[in-house]
Design a protein around this ligand. Structure first.
Ligand SMILES: CC(C)(COP(=O)(O)OP(=O)(O)OC[C@H]1O[C@@H](n2cnc3c(N)ncnc32)[C@H](O)[C@@H]1OP(=O)(O)O)[C@@H](O)C(=O)NCCC(=O)NCCS
Length: 244
C-alpha cells in the first residue's frame, strides 16, 4: 500500500523555485527500494519496467515512477490506484485522477545516480539532470546542441570549464524543450540560453524565437555532483499560452 508522502525512502525535497517544488531521487541500487516502488506501480507500469533489458534503466524508471506516484498522491490527496497517466503527442506525461485530467504540472528526469521530479500546481515546466563526465564525443555533441554564440563561447574554454559549460547549456536547453513538451523534436541548436545565464547567472528569462509569447523562467540547479536545470512557465503568463 502506497503511503503518499512528500518525503520518502529514496526521495527528498531538493529546492523550490516560485511555485514549483523540486525533489531529488536517489537512484543508487537498492533492492528493497525497488521492490517497494514496484508494489506501487500500475500493471502497465510494471510491464514497462519488466521490458527494460538492462538493470540500470529498469531501476531508474521504477524508482522515479514510484517516487512520482508518492509525491503526486500526496499533493492530489488520492491513493495510487486512482492515479493514472496520459501522454501528450510527444510523450510528455500528465496526471489523471479517476480518469479526469488534473491541472497539476510535473516533469521527471533520470541521470545515472540521481533523478529530479519538479511539481507545480499549474503552468508548464520541464526539468533535466545529467551527471557531468568527460566524453569523447563532447565536440560532436556541442556541435549538435549549441547555437552559434554558445559554440563560440564553448570554443574559448578548456578542460573542466568546457565540460561544465556544455552540461550547463545541455540541461538548460533540455529543461526548456521538456517544458514545452516537444523534447528533441525541437532542434536545440536553434535557440540559445540567455546571455546572462551563459555567463553564470543562476536564473534568467527566455523566449523561444519562434514562440515569443511566453516568457519562461530558467534556473540552473546544478551542484558539484550533477548539472541540472528547471524551466517554468510563470503562472501570470498562462492566459492563451497554449501555442507558446
Ligand atoms: C523528452 C526527452 C527529451 C527525454 O529524454 P531522456 O533522455 O529520456 O531524458 P530524461 O530522463 O530527462 O526524461 C525522461 C522523462 O521525461 C518525461 N517525458 C517523456 N516525453 C516527454 C516530452 N515530450 N516532454 C517532456 N517530458 C517528457 C517522462 O516522464 C520521462 O520519464 P518516464 O518515462 O520515466 O516517466 C526525449 O524522450 C524526447 O525528445 N522525447 C520527444 C520525442 C518525440 O517527439 N517523440 C514522439 C513520439 S512519443
Amino acid at each position: 500500500m502506497l503511503r503518499s508522502s512528500a518525503v520518502g525512502w529514496w526521495w527528498r525535497p531538493f529546492t523550490e523555485v516560485a511555485e514549483a517544488a523540486v525533489f531529488l531521487i536517489d537512484l543508487a541500487p537498492d533492492a528493497a527500494h525497488e521492490a517497494r516502488a514496484l508494489e506501487w506501480l500500475s500493471v502497465t507500469e510494471r510491464a514497462r519496467s519488466r521490458r527494460f533489458v538492462h538493470a540500470g534503466p529498469r531501476r531508474r524508471f521504477t524508482l522515479c515512477r514510484g517516487a512520482l506516484r508518492a509525491i503526486l498522491c500526496h499533493r492530489l490527496g488520492c491513493d495510487s490506484q486512482r492515479l493514472t497517466f496520459g501522454t501528450s503527442s510527444h510523450g510528455k506525461p500528465f496526471a489523471r485522477v479517476d480518469d479526469m485530467p488534473e491541472p497539476i504540472s510535473f516533469n521527471v528526469s533520470h541521470g545515472r545516480s540521481h533523478g529530479l521530479i519538479a511539481v507545480a500546481p499549474r503552468g508548464r515546466l520541464g526539468v533535466d539532470i545529467e551527471e557531468r563526465r568527460a566524453r569523447e564525443d563532447l565536440e560532436d555533441l556541442a556541435d549538435a546542441v549549441l547555437g552559434p554564440n554558445e559554440k563560440r563561447e564553448f570554443g574559448l574554454l578548456r578542460g573542466d570549464a568546457r565540460t561544465q559549460f556544455f552540461f550547463r547549456m545541455w540541461t538548460l536547453k533540455e529543461a526548456l524543450m521538456k517544458a514545452l513538451g516537444l523534447g528533441f523534436s525541437l532542434d536545440p541548436a536553434e535557440f540559445e540560453v540567455p546571455i546572462a545565464v551563459r555567463r553564470g547567472a543562476t536564473t534568467g528569462t527566455f523566449r523561444f524565437p519562434d514562440r515569443p509569447r511566453v516568457l519562461w523562467r530558467v534556473d540552473d540547479l546544478g551542484t558539484e555532483d550533477f548539472a541540472a536545470a528547471l524551466a517554468l512557465e510563470p503562472i501570470p503568463d498562462r492566459c492563451g499560452s497554449s501555442d507558446g
